[in-house]
Design a protein. Structure first.
Length: 212
């Protein structure tokens, strides 16, 4: 039998039968995929769905091995794992809130310890947050930033305006000149730095220790 060119790769080959136009099954398959892309998309979607079903069934019957494999993959692909989690959170905000609520309800002690560590490591931010929350709850208005609190302490030389002691010998705390309980604002203009002892001694009195 004489040679003829392959209908796809154009390579000369000897056909096994007169009607054969492709030199190999690979060329035949490739030519068909190019000519019928819609069928290829359907097959891929169907194959992907079957693969997901098989994977789900495997994870259900091999839960421990699945968890270990997932943990190993995350350790080896930290950036991809983080990006995947972020994408999932964006696409599933309701499920994320539900999962967070369940986790908080099941881990109160861990949350308490985590908050304590954060407050200890971010003392000035914590002070800003606490007083903003108090003022918001009292509906007195006003707010200040961590940077403004730092600038105020620096302006007075990191000194307690009542006893004169200086950080780090003491820890400065936010004192509202007009206390929030008496309608004072949480604005930085109503705040003076006092050590904890002097702040507690002042209590809810209206005393302005700032230099005139």
């Amino acid at each position: 039998m004489t040679q003829k060119p392959c209908a796809y790769c154009k390579k000369e080959f000897v056909p096994y039968r007169p009607a054969q136009i492709y030199c190999s099954p690979k060329c035949q398959s490739t030519a068909y995929r190019l000519a019928h892309p819609e069928n290829v998309s359907k097959w891929r979607a169907s194959g992907a769905e079957k693969a997901r079903q098989r994977a789900d069934e495997w994870r259900k019957t091999h839960s421990e091995r699945s968890k270990e494999a997932s943990a190993d993959w995350r350790k080896a692909n930290l950036d991809r794992a983080k990006a995947s989690v972020i994408d999932w959170h964006k696409a599933n905000p309701d499920k994320r809130r539900e999962h967070r609520a369940k986790w908080r309800a099941a881990n109160p002690e861990q949350i308490k310890e985590s908050k304590a560590q954060w407050f200890k490591a971010n003392r000035d931010k914590a002070i800003t947050y606490i007083h903003r929350r108090r003022a918001k709850k009292a509906a007195n208005g006003g707010t200040f930033t961590t940077a403004e609190w730092q600038q105020l302490k620096s302006f007075y030389g990191f000194r307690c305006l009542c006893c004169g002691e200086i950080e780090p010998k003491i820890k400065l705390t936010v004192d509202h000149i007009v206390p929030i309980q008496l309608g004072g604002s949480n604005d930085i203009t109503n705040i003076q730095p006092l050590c904890r002892t002097c702040n507690l001694r002042k209590g809810t009195q209206v005393i302005d220790y700032r230099p005139k």
